[in-house]
Design a protein around this ligand. Sequence first.
Ligand SMILES: Nc1ncnc2c1ncn2[C@@H]1O[C@H](COP(=O)(O)OP(=O)(O)O)[C@@H](O)[C@H]1O
Ligand SMILES: [Mg+2]
Length: 376
Amino acid sequence: MGRIKNLFEITSKFRCHVDVSTLKPYGSGHINDTYRLKNLAGTEYDYLLQKINNDIFTDVPRLTENMCRVIAHLKGKMDASGEGDPQKEVMTLIATKTGPYFYEDSNGHYWRMCLFLKDTRSYDVVETEKQAYEGGKAFGKFQAMLSDLPADIMHEVIPDFHNIKKRLGQLNQAVKENPKGRAGLVFQELEAIKKRSEVMSFFQEAAQQLTLPRRVIHNDTKFNNVLLDLKGNAQCVIDLDTVMAGYVAYDFGDAIRTIANTAAEDEIELSRIQLNLDLFNAYTKGYMESAASFLKEWELRSLIKGVLLMPYMQAVRFLTDYLNGDKYYKIRSVEHNLERTRAQLQLLKLLEAQATAMEKTILAEAKKYRKHFVKL
Ligand SMILES: Nc1ncnc2c1ncn2[C@@H]1O[C@H](COP(=O)(O)OP(=O)(O)O)[C@@H](O)[C@H]1O
Ligand SMILES: [Mg+2]
């Protein structure tokens, strides 16, 4: 990421006036390349220019359609209710002069522009309970506001993104083909995965698929995808590339996976991986403030299964990539994907040991808002 040779070609296609000399890389996202640009007119808003990662997102027009649908729904709700400021609390995409909300440049790269939300910050690591609570509030409200948007109109821009049966199938395939001769080195990890495969396939069972509503979910609920204002309150959920149909438990589980782990996702020293249950409790409290009102009883009970599933799924994906020769995730060393696998399996063990306690918290927080539904 750095200089963009055809910057003027790109920026001139959008309906805004930017000062190209002010271009600066911005943020610490791992997927897209993000740059900040000053507004030439010097009026209120600056802009963010993003180069969309076309390796991961192969169908940018459909991805953009998903984003636009979600944005329009959220802004429409705020306009109608008069609650909240749609300019500050929902991201705003800038159209190109020909209409679409993205531009494909002469090198085949895809770009989009959005308003830069000033006086906001995202954090890679949750530092306080207040932050965890704000994160929960942001994603709970996000799901609640989208709970009446039909999920089946969304495009599946990454097919089977959270389908664990498919992911396990890919792992089995990698073991069978064993292209790097590494399968013999991961016996323990494979055993740990195998013995849980049935329990973890909960969301793919036919009965569940009939009872659990598919909803529009975020699919990348890392804490750095929430912008906090200067007071540390949640202001806006960002990074809408992966908004698709799914189960609410996926978003809840992935947030907990990243927030409640005291160590990094790829921690080598397994004893450093601990659960911070205070952060879990705080996230859940914030989440339920908005989510308790729309969640169905069975969905509520599925949340804990999402908490266990997400680190498991991540372990399966890391191990598959290790066996296939590290084609998907960027690695720092030959064993990086194996280390990541082990760290996620360790986290999973800790979560399993606390699952009953965590479920109690989930139900108790929900009960505050819906006394008649939840049997503790
Ligand atoms: N509208 C915005 N206003 C201010 N900062 C933003 C905005 N959108 C994104 N950012 C910042 O840029 C970073 C990367 O953007 P993001 O869309 O999350 O990309 P990635 O998919 O690479 O994670 C975010 O973590 C956040 O700090
Ligand atoms: Mg991001």
